[in-house]
Write a protein that binds this ligand. Structure first.
Ligand SMILES: Cc1cc2nc3c(=O)[nH]c(=O)nc-3n(C[C@H](O)[C@H](O)[C@H](O)COP(=O)(O)OP(=O)(O)OC[C@H]3O[C@@H](n4cnc5c(N)ncnc54)[C@H](O)[C@@H]3O)c2cc1C
Length: 397
């Protein structure tokens, strides 16, 4: 292990952030603004491109983080439509309810904020190992694009390195991460025949989209993100095969510009080692387990973590990590996610007939109503009581 070797070290950072995505850059920005010395290690040479994302965010959450800017908003969303298996659909209105981002531009803005705040951004640096050194130091080993190796030492480390987080695995926080994640495949494509660019579309269909859901999000000028997310542990077909088959069924004329595949972890993980290592964003598996929506939680968790590290290093009290990070994440993300997790498991274990019936019942309850008037949780709980089959079946899978 490299930690046993002799090293001559010149600088000890207050905080090392692994991963320069939305969560990592947000953490780095807040910690640097507070005056900590921060370095971000990012394995890519630049922003991850194409972004592994459908780029949709709800405005109520997002507006608390950023003021939307035409430079990085592709479309403004006013309604959403859920299509069921037998042609039934439910439309929910939410005027100014969401945005489809241009993430290649937006992510750069977030990274730039971290840099301007004083964080040192090191690109082309892939972290390959991490170990604790004494009680108050952590060593991080990385390789650069030329194949060289380097070691940095910090007083705290934030793992913002996405789904397969090396920080989480090396520190024993993540075990068996493949158990609960969505695997996704998405095209960016020109599609004729969808007239609106202020509406998003979701599709559920146990036969055509097994253990999956599909989406079409508008990017403007007939360009769309069209993709599918499939639960990995129930995967029978590759997401690309599911998407291609479903697009053929829809009989849409699709002119593909680019494609991407990616994963969204949605299972439970430990997010704090009780000492000097925290996970944020996808590394902490904070995305919505029903929809895979993780942008706002990545940014928020990063910001809270940056603040928590600052307070911890100032006071030396672990309770500050709990107060500024763990409690907030539990209250605002993990607790609501637990309910969504249960609903998700119920839903994916329904038969096609049951899904059809549920779409019809939902249509009666919420079609063409304003999102803010709807208590979706209480409606879903009622549906679960009426259709408990999915819950029972979920225990057998
Ligand atoms: C197909 C798809 C569609 C999605 N659609 C939406 C959507 O519409 N709305 C939404 O809200 N969310 C969506 N998500 C989820 C959302 O993209 C993520 O939740 C969010 O980007 C997480 O940000 P993050 O910073 O935590 O992780 P990431 O964006 O994964 O960033 C991790 C960073 O760490 C770097 N890294 C990884 N390993 C190392 C290493 N060893 N050393 C150094 N650097 C490393 C990576 O290069 C990357 O830059 C989608 C995800 C997918 C896959």
């Amino acid at each position: 292990m490299y930690c046993k070797g002799r090293l001559i070290l010149t600088h000890i950072y207050d905080l090392i952030v692994v991963g320069g995505g939305l969560a990592g850059s947000s953490a780095a920005r807040v910690a640097s603004q507070k005056g900590l010395s921060v370095v971000v290690l990012e394995k890519e040479a630049d922003i991850v491109s194409p972004p592994q994302c459908a780029e949709g965010v709800p405005s109520d959450k997002f507006n608390q983080l950023f003021r939307p800017d035409d430079k990085w908003v592709s479309s403004y969303i006013n309604s959403g439509v859920l299509h069921g298996p037998d042609g039934n659909s439910i439309k929910v209105l939410y005027p100014s309810g969401g945005y489809i981002l241009e993430r290649t531009v937006f992510d750069r803005v977030v990274q730039e904020e971290a840099r301007i705040s004083g964080a040192r951004m090191l690109f082309n640096c892939r972290v390959i190992d991490i170990c604790k050194s004494g009680t108050d130091r952590i060593k991080v080993k990385y390789t650069d694009s030329g194949g060289g190796e380097g070691v940095l030492v910090g007083r705290f480390i934030i793992g913002a390195d996405g789904a397969s987080s090396i920080v989480g695995r090396r520190m024993g926080l993540i075990k068996g991460f493949k158990r609960d994640l969505y695997v996704c495949f998405q095209y960016k494509a020109y599609i004729e025949g969808i007239d609106r660019d202020d509406e998003i579309y979701f599709f559920v269909n146990p036969e055509l989209l097994p253990y999956s859901y599909a989406w079409i999000f508008p990017k403007g000028d007939n360009l769309y993100n069209v993709g599918v997310a499939t639960l990995f542990r129930l995967l029978k077909l590759k997401p690309k095969e599911i998407l291609d088959c479903w697009l053929r069924e829809l009989k849409l004329e699709v002119d593909i510009v680019e494609y991407l595949s990616g994963v969204v972890p949605v299972g439970r993980r430990n997010i704090y080692d009780g000492s000097r290592v925290l996970l944020v964003g996808d590394a902490a598996s904070l995305a919505n387990p029903l929809t895979g929506e993780g942008i706002c939680n990545a940014i928020n968790s990063g910001r809270w973590a940056g603040e928590a590290v600052y307070n911890f290093l100032l006071s030396g009290r672990k309770s500050d990590v709990n107060r500024y990070y763990i409690d907030k994440v539990n209250r605002n993300m993990l607790k609501p996610n637990r309910r969504l997790y249960m609903i998700r498991n119920w839903f994916y274990n329904l038969s096609e007939k049951e899904v059809e019936r549920i779409v019809v019942l939902l249509k009666k309850a919420i079609d063409n109503r304003h999102f803010r008037e709807i208590n979706i949780m209480s409606i879903l709980y009622n549906l679960i009581l009426k259709h408990p089959g999915g819950v029972i079946r979920s225990f057998w899978r």
